[in-house]
Ligand binder design. Sequence first.
Ligand code: F6R
Length: 619
Amino acid sequence: MCGIVGYIGKRPVLPVLLGGLEKLEYRGYDSAGVSEIVNAQFEVMRAEGKLAKLKNLLSENGKLAAGENKSAEGVNIGIGHTRWATHGRPSETNAHPHLAGKVCLVHNGIIENYVELKAQLTATKCVFKSETDSEIAAHLINSHIEQGLGLFAATKTACSEMQGSYALVVMSLSEPDKLVVAKNATPVIVGITPDESFIASDIPAILEYTRDFYVLEDGDFAEISRGAIKIEHEGVAAERKPITIAWDPITAEKGGFEHFMLKEIHEQPRVVMETLRGRLDQEHSNVHFDDVFFSDDDFAKIERIVIVACGTAWHAALTTKFYIEKFARMPVDVDYASEFRYRNPLLNDKTLFIAISQSGETADTLGALQIAIEKGAKTLAICNVVGSTIARRAGNIINTQAGPEISVASTKAFVTQLVAGYLLALKLALVRNTLSADELANYIDQVVHLPKWLTAALGQEDKIKDLAQEFSKSFNFLYLARGLLYPIALEGALKLKEISYIHAEGYPAGEMKHGPIALITEETPVVVVLGHDDGNYEKAMSNLTEAVARKAKIIAVTDLENAHLSKLAHRVIAVGDIPSQMLPIVLVIPLQLLAYYTAICRETDVDQPRNLAKSVTVE
Ligand code: F6R
């Protein structure tokens, strides 16, 4: 979690660092800090709270106007950090950068043996100012510099003593024209232009300066100077090619919307088109994935599928299971990555293991993937970030093409994960011959029309705004659905609690009577997601009626409205006649909008909700 940036070049440092941190704030936002070398000294400024506080502080101190802060001839150098607290509460002292003697650093990750290291360092008279594990790294590196090592060697030695995860960017007064980066299990990328160097946790932070990035691997150490990078892996120089990202920097801006979340909700028809682009062959009823290297024969040999993910991506996994079972008639298990990885799961070379992850950096999903690789399963990632660790490690990737998702609550990435899952299910059906030619052609044709149905769903926005106004003071919401729509009920509930802080539960509608029904009063809005032709309509209607009998206020989210439904439901959001397979992808939009506008009514911080972070790189 946490976002880190570094810069070496000719520009004033602080605007580059602050601009980068702003784009990384989604990774953590409980405190922030920057440090640069000015007149052979570190100048550090940190503040508890969001980045805006740090900016105000810097501006009050006249730091943003200066710009004349060269540490060596022609070289401006600095590092910055936005924090999501793990060790030590959010405070100015616990904020990064951390200092020790000649060393100043920022850290993203967790140093697991910090208690032991702290005891050793304290015995050598190191004085700690913060409660963080990260400060240990600064003292360790400084102690090695004091023993005569250069910055690069001192960082390597310190890392060999630390256990855990880290992306470290280290600056030293003894070598003021260099930054040293160390990476283990936490992402970090480097952008090099002819006379500048940029370091960041994620691409959008430095996208306005370059589109070519070195993606560091676990175990890499990089020595970065102005316009140059040297990477070492396991003691030997590593030749790496930069990857080129097609995203346009504007895609990572708000584009006139009040929040990134709203912008990203509205981008869904377009990003779904991107996800489909080049993958469908309607003429021959076929599906292609450029970066999936299994032959049809490999696909045909798969006996079982295991899909692993966290949070919203787990809901996409569950929907994908339903698609695969329906189209390809294969057994699919879905698991939370944090559960899967710690129970010696059953996998073999006839298992296809799929990791779904927007960021491609989620620690638990990565841990689960590692186990699948070790057990010889075939591995595939459905992932939004091409150069991410999960994408690279899985070897086979369906890139979801959602573009950078900045809002912490996932929307467009989720919808593209559903589309990727749908396409994969069709591909499996194709090689296993489980659908007739007509069925296959029909299912392919349906997904081609998806963008227009998503646009129709967005057309319900004003109605949903009113609905949010009406229910924004509720204490509890229940979300119910059956079959293919059940994961969407879970996702609707998760979205609402994440950003509006209202308690919400998603349930299979048939389970309601086994417990959750006790929660229902006339104060409880019950969102029922249902489709008129999905084989579950009558049953879902019965469950809805049971809730009405307990005086619940029903918000029905559906494709087609009818008189019976209008009579029972307090409000109906109907998006039009849409094939039932497409409904999960379309009906999640009203639920995203309901969460968004409820959060607006409650004046929460929509893009950066409390306690959350976008990229969960700790277990
Ligand atoms: C919720 C949300 C999270 C993520 C989860 C996995 O809106 O975004 O639940 O889905 O943390 O993250 P990724 O997909 O990056 O692995």
